[in-house]
Design a protein. Structure first.
Length: 439
């Protein structure tokens, strides 16, 4: 995971403040703090994922994961932090130190149940180039800071009106990537139809104030939402319209969909269906990419740190079914994605399938198998076009105690491209790691 901490002193200051707050948190009443220390060693016979002139590498990783939750009457915070140091013994890549975070949220009630101030900070991983291999040299980080006031007004016993305005700062670790400063406003009206159903009307306005001297954009979104609880699941449906208006070019309009359906105990399986369609820009990406950044497969296939501001139309579909059967648990999932860039020749379509099987061999030992298949189509790159990637992974975990575990894996990964054999590669990797949850 690659991080460049020299772009702005702001990231360093935030890092130091986070460390200070986390160390004093255990002494403050009402704070829940968990911390996990991990260390691992990995070996790869083709670390740079090349067809020829392959290089083997031994990597040692030391990490610290911290989850902080603070809940009080007029104050609440929820944040996850990950600090990681990586050492490459054979020098295939440069040694790295990284700091990432999940949805770090700080909410302060100024006037109870009416006026609040919300601040959040996320740092997620993006690709330097979507067409290159997902190696450490092709990973950047994107930091997004949001802060602003929110108003909640109860219109009636069954309805509420909320307004939230944020100043947003977007910074990419790549020095040549586009950074932005923007204002974002949301208005939401909710009406409770009954105890299990509610209807919402939503509007959003986003305007870029500064885009590193590039063309600035204005984005408007209007949608209607329906939320309904089911006997064994739930339905969350939002549909509407999004329009992005550049200053010097034609507007781009499209549909907005955010559909999520969960259903448990259907044909003996638990099901998840999600479809998302929206328009954004290459500086900030989509909130779905931030929310899924903890998932390595989603993070590696996420947005790209492009060098110029561009409009993106994105469509995403995800489905999964899982079942617990005795000592076995298996999950089958599939995805489809379509990313359309309006200016840059970086369009990509991808789809894939994942199968995972896990078994509780004993009370302390678990073993598993994972298979992943991905088909990528680089539409605007005739020198690459379609390529297939397959991954086979065997893993195991042994619990040394209540708070300690030892895990290991062995993995084979290969990529095939009938149009460009230079992009093909095969890689064997294995690793072992120790984890200790000490708080």
């Amino acid at each position: 995971m690659k991080t460049k901490m020299t772009k702005s002193t702001k990231s360093k200051l935030l890092f130091k403040c986070s460390i200070f707050f986390l160390f004093i948190a255990p002494f403050v009443s009402g704070t829940e703090l968990t911390a996990t220390l991990s260390s691992g060693v990995e070996y790869s016979n083709n670390a740079s994922q090349r067809t020829t002139a392959t290089l083997d590498e031994v990597t040692q990783t030391l990490g610290l994961d911290i989850l902080l939750q603070e809940n009080r009457k007029h104050f609440n915070a929820d944040a996850s932090f990950n600090f990681e140091g990586v050492h490459y013994y054979n020098g295939v890549f440069s040694n790295q130190t990284s700091f990432t975070t999940g949805f770090g949220v700080l909410n302060l009630d100024i006037v109870e149940n009416f006026l609040s101030w919300r601040t959040s900070f996320t740092r997620t991983e993006v690709l330097g180039s979507s067409a290159d291999s997902h190696t450490p040299d092709n990973r950047e980080q994107r930091s997004i800071t949001r802060t602003g006031p929110g108003i909640l007004f109860r219109v009636s016993e069954d309805s509420t009106l909320s307004v939230l305005t944020n100043y947003i700062l977007v910074e990419n670790s790549d020095e040549v990537a586009s950074d932005t400063k923007r204002i974002n406003s949301n208005i939401n009206y909710e009406y409770y139809l009954n105890s299990i159903s509610r209807l919402s009307l939503n509007g959003e306005y986003d305007e870029i104030l500064d885009a590193d001297g590039q063309e600035e954009l204005k984005r408007t979104n209007l949608n209607v939402g329906i939320l309904r609880q089911l006997s064994h699941g739930g339905l969350n449906l939002n549909f509407g319209f999004t329009q992005t208006r550049p200053e010097q070019s034609d507007s781009v309009s499209g549909n907005f969909f955010d559909v999520r359906l969960t259903r448990n105990q259907l044909l003996w399986h638990d099901w998840v269906f999600q479809y998302q369609e929206d328009i954004s820009d290459s500086s900030i990406g989509f909130e779905a990419e931030e929310a899924s950044s903890a998932d390595s497969s989603e993070a590696s296939a996420g947005s790209t740190a492009t060098t110029s501001l561009d409009i993106i139309q994105s469509k995403r579909l995800y489905m999964s079914m899982s079942r617990l059967l005795g000592l076995y648990q298996y999950t089958v999932s599939g995805f489809w994605r379509d990313g359309d860039y309006k200016i840059q020749a970086d369009d990509e379509k991808s789809r894939g399938l994942t199968l995972s099987i896990n078994q509780n061999v004993t009370q302390s030992f678990r073993a598993g198998f994972l298979y992943e298949f991905t088909l990528n189509d680089f539409v605007d790159r005739p020198d690459i076009r379609k390529e297939k990637t397959g991954t086979y992974r065997f893993n195991g975990q042994y619990d040394l105690g209540v708070d300690m575990s030892l895990s290991a894996y062995i993995q084979y990964e290969g990529r095939a491209n009938s149009n460009n054999q230079v992009r093909e590669y095969e890689e064997m990797a294995t690793g072992i790691a120790f984890t200790w949850e000490f708080l």
